[in-house]
Ligand binder design. Sequence first.
Ligand SMILES: Cc1cc2nc3c(=O)[nH]c(=O)nc-3n(C[C@H](O)[C@H](O)[C@H](O)COP(=O)(O)OP(=O)(O)OC[C@H]3O[C@@H](n4cnc5c(N)ncnc54)[C@H](O)[C@@H]3O)c2cc1C
Length: 632
Amino acid sequence: MKTVAVIGTGPRGLSVLERLAIGLAKKPAGSEVDNIFIIDSSCVGAGRIWNPAQDECLLMNTLSSHVTMFSELQPGEPEVFARRLTLQEWLNTTDIESLKKYCADSFVPRKIYGLYLKWFFSEVVEKLQTYTSVTVVQDEVTDIAEDRASYNLLTKTGATLKGVDSVVLALGHDRCKQDSTAVETTRTQMTCSNTKYIMADSAADMDLDCVRPGESVFVRGLGLGFYDVTARLTQGRGGIFESQGNELIYRPSGEEPKIYAGSRSGLPIPARGRNQKPLGYTQTCHFFTVTRINERRMHSGRFSLSFTSDLYPLIQAEMEHAYYVAALIEAGGRSVAEAFASEHSSERDPYRSIRAQTMSRYQLDRFPPLSLSDLARPFSGMKFGNQHAFMETLIQRIEWDTCEAEKGNIDGPLKAALDVIRDVRDLLRTSVEFGHIDHDSFVSEFKHHFEPLIALLTAGPPIFRQKELLALIRAGVVQIMGPEVKVDSIPGKYTYVSSPFVLGYCPRIETYIEGMLPTPSVAQRQALLVSNLLEKGLIREHPKFKLIGIGGGIDITSNNYQVVNRAGDNQKGMFCLGIPTENPKWFTQVGSGTARKISSFTMDAKVLVTHLLKELELKNYPEYKAVSLNGQ
Ligand SMILES: Cc1cc2nc3c(=O)[nH]c(=O)nc-3n(C[C@H](O)[C@H](O)[C@H](O)COP(=O)(O)OP(=O)(O)OC[C@H]3O[C@@H](n4cnc5c(N)ncnc54)[C@H](O)[C@@H]3O)c2cc1C
């Protein structure tokens, strides 16, 4: 008789529970898990980020038809759920009146995804209860103590969950440590200059009520967090967007503050291309393939490749393929585009530029070259005589980007090229994780250079968010600061913001909002549980990343996500997945599976549960067979 505990019921914890239900459906007679503890300190069944109690203006950033929590089954796996609905299918079938308006494929409010997660949770728990007992606990686990061959889980309210054989840590996003040096420094600077300070967090959990109508607020960061904070301070306060032709206009409620926002680039995160890819779409790759990567490994005689010289050229060639094919079609020549596609895919050496002959035969010089760095820093080298001049240039840039995004992620050259990165993300993951590329290259080339570029260029909001931003700018509610924004304070007086590239503009601010959610390293996590486990040595920070200073995630084994303890041994019965394992894993911030696809989100849970059940000595459990992602 065995007991399992899953700590955290955000999407990752739920994905583990679903795989447990599938795994236990195959349980051989005589081997039993007799209890599963399911614990969350926040919203049990949806988790903190997707809590259905949040503001409706905060949106999910994934299309509802693509979102599913049910894993794509492989041959031989039991069909244990009567209905395996995607988010959109669930919306279509639900009889909740208020949800009927979300019938078209859309970017639904996060609270709606939270409701879907809760429904999914109840389906999974119901199924689990046919095999085992389930104990749902709303509490924070603060410590785990070893007790001979099992664990006791101690909670904040003083309860002890005893005799746990396997623990899954699916802890997700942590809150920033209140007393970290960075937080302390900014907080002190703001306090000394009579400026309110709001720490980075999910916008749903920020206390924005302290921001008064009409006051000047600065949001640091122009990523998705900026769009969230802006939505809460405008739509969330009763402001309304109205369509006027192809434009939106903003009707203020009068409750809005004056919002200033800035970042290093001065560019609000661009929109994602309109989706043209059907469910189950698989990118046909010509260059960034397992075969090419392995060939490179063989020829170089190195197992660990360099990101910049070995992997990136393959990705660049793949993006250029999508870019020029779409550009040639747009320029009027489908047959020319087909000829180019065939020539380029068969003759291009991805480690060299496109051949001069090909460039001239298809007149590719007429299209601007595809450079991620230029796209991410469009104002580089520019100086502006005043704020008005900067805003004019910025508005043109946003309008241009909106136009590119509307062309679509297949037909639009720019967004088709950038969407390649999203399509190859799973292969990219397996190519860089767990030491598959040289460590120095991983840190300096991949983490410090490439990752911020693609976070800016490929993770953007839907197009309408960008149109809303334009409307807010036109309504005078939002001002974007020029590049390399600086925050300065006059102690005892006030704080002001400025850009060294925009002359004569330095508005004073009354509230400073940290709009960029960092992924804290394990050591910087606020959670008591993590610091207690570190102190006991049951977990450790991945030693390589800790030394390099980018913050190691929880050290885990690459083949089954078992935690590695301080001594460097696998910690029996303890597993971890998702965000706490960022470095050595990569891109762990994923909140759902992808409909009609075997996604890495699903595979992570599957691999973990397979091993967990094996370790519990449930015999005859089917062997996990590696399935190549991307079908390659
Ligand atoms: C604001 C925001 C918006 C996002 N939007 C999207 C999106 O649109 N699409 C997408 O794919 N991804 C999105 N993401 C990425 C995000 O990482 C995932 O969507 C997702 O929430 C991650 O799931 P998780 O289960 O790993 O973590 P979480 O959702 O953070 O869940 C972890 C849970 O563990 C609980 N927990 C932690 N420690 C303990 C403890 N000691 N005891 C008890 N309970 C504990 C927490 O309360 C929490 O509920 C977004 C992220 C953020 C922050």
